[in-house]
Design a protein. Sequence first.
Length: 255
Amino acid sequence: MKRIRLGVNIDHVATVRNARGENYPDPLRAALQAEKCGAESVTIHLREDRRHINELDLKRIITKLRIPLNLEIAATKEMLKIALKRKPPFICIVPEKRKEITTEGGLNLKSNKEIVDCINKLKDAGIFCSLFIDPDIEQISIASEIGADAIEIHTGKYCDALNESIMINELENIKKSSIFAKSKGLDVHAGHGLNYKNISEIAKIEEITEEEFNNYKTLLRSHRDLPDSLKEAVSYTHLRAHETKANLVCRLLLE
């Protein structure tokens, strides 16, 4: 059985905190709880508008967390400076639009000077660098050419499919893209919108794997001070996971 890494995205713990105007729920606590329950990495996205995670969160989490931190950033001078200061083990470069509610699609690597510069500087600092892209052969080919270590395939269209036909078509695109990326020597990750209900078919794709870490068969449990409705919203809609089995993917920060 293949071993695939489980990563948990805790951005929207910070979203709830910021909406309340309080200092809780605490993203650091969420990160440490994910670690305690067996997650193999934690993901946070430091956005330009700081709508959820902020620099203090990043500093606190990277100081306390013992499992790898995956920091998502846009390829801007500001974010590159922060990344090189904090030096998380993993960086995923993502597209970013100020008006979007959440990341709406993958990077366009055809116009890539800023992205190439960012990759080069991150890799010079010893940081493993991945690119968040759509399941598109041309984009994957460019990712390989410009020196990325990995890609994260955007699974949003698969997760948001309105009917089974669309879902099957999107799943096939992800499978083909994963095979091609692996043939180019890229590590293949997948994420966006994945939850315990839709993960099983993604989990069957052999090329989607993280070989550095073993998989813990653990369910993540939540902050007890959050209402059930918020636990469900945070967990079901903001899971970043790479799993061997659907029942392993879990209820992110749930139960």
